[in-house]
Write a new protein. Structure first.
Length: 281
């Protein structure tokens, strides 16, 4: 992005150069649409790949409306799972499983939530799918990284029964790329608006008490083969872009997965564990 105005050699002292550098850095942060996903596995950086964001798929046929806003129905019950994941399903519904990997700072994740979030909730409420939300820390450069960590930590602090609406609020309040956001004070206030009044929640947010869980979730995303955000999988298989084009496309994919045979023994779930193996505690 061009910087307006000219600058003489005499007027380009250290302070002016510093301001110019800050402006250029901010412009670069806002304009950048590809980020590095650094997967930390067992405390070691295992891989770094360019994030392929599926913006085209989730924005196709977008008339400016949001499907999330159009869904006013009930929510299926929610429970906590390993790695800080939250499962949303009617009692007894165990398949098909829709895993949703997301970062609250990720613009494409927000777009997918706006386009398909209501459909996902509806399918779970109707007992047609078990949804497992798997938030993790994607970004590795500040301020995106710190924003991501604070939001993911706060989400891990929220009781399961309040989690889905808090999840939605985080995406609604997503900071502009390159800006610092998701302050602890705001995160606590948004929790209070959702009925989370326990002082332990504020202490958890302010003390970053769930950061260890966030880091484990990020490592698990690497084991599951997550290479882009948002990343959705049905019964352990990554969903192609075609299934994310519209609510009807996603419904068809879920219906097909419901009739699909179970994964073969030795296959890997999207949580990185082997089919038939006991899940990690």
């Amino acid at each position: 992005m061009a910087i307006g105005g000219s600058m003489s050699e005499q007027g380009s002292g250290p302070s002016a150069q510093g301001r110019l550098g800050d402006e250029q850095a901010r412009a670069a942060a806002r304009g950048q649409r590809q980020r590095l996903l650094v997967v930390v596995l067992g405390g070691v950086v295992a891989a770094a790949v360019v994030v392929a964001v599926v913006v085209v798929a989730v924005s196709r046929n977008s008339g400016g409306e949001t499907f999330e806003d159009s869904y006013k129905g009930p929510l299926a019950p929610t429970t906590r799972e390993q790695y800080g994941a939250v499962a949303m399903a009617q009692p007894g519904v165990t398949a098909p499983v829709l895993d949703l990997y997301e970062d609250f700072q990720c613009p494409a994740c927000k777009l997918l939530e706006q386009r398909l979030g209501g459909t996902i909730k509806q399918l779970a409420a109707e007992g047609k799918v078990k949804v497992v939300y798997r938030p993790f820390q994607l970004f590795q450069q500040d301020p995106l990284m710190s924003n991501s960590r604070r939001a993911a930590n706060a989400a891990a602090c929220v009781p399961a029964e309040r989690w889905v609406r808090y999840h939605d609020r985080l995406f609604a309040e997503q900071p502009v790329e390159g800006d610092r956001g998701f302050s602890n004070a705001d995160l606590i206030d948004w929790g209070a608006e959702q009925g989370v009044a326990d002082p332990a929640f504020a202490a958890c947010v302010n003390g970053s008490q769930k950061i260890d869980l966030v880091e484990k979730a990020s490592a698990q995303a690497g084991r599951a083969g997550v290479d882009a955000t948002p990343y959705l999988a049905l019964n352990g298989r990554k969903i192609g872009a075609g299934a994310l084009g519209s609510p009807d496309d996603l419904k068809k994919a879920v219906a097909a997965a419901a009739g699909a045979p179970a994964p073969a023994p030795g296959a890997t779930r999207s949580d990185g564990t082997e089919i038939g193996a006991d899940p990690a505690p």
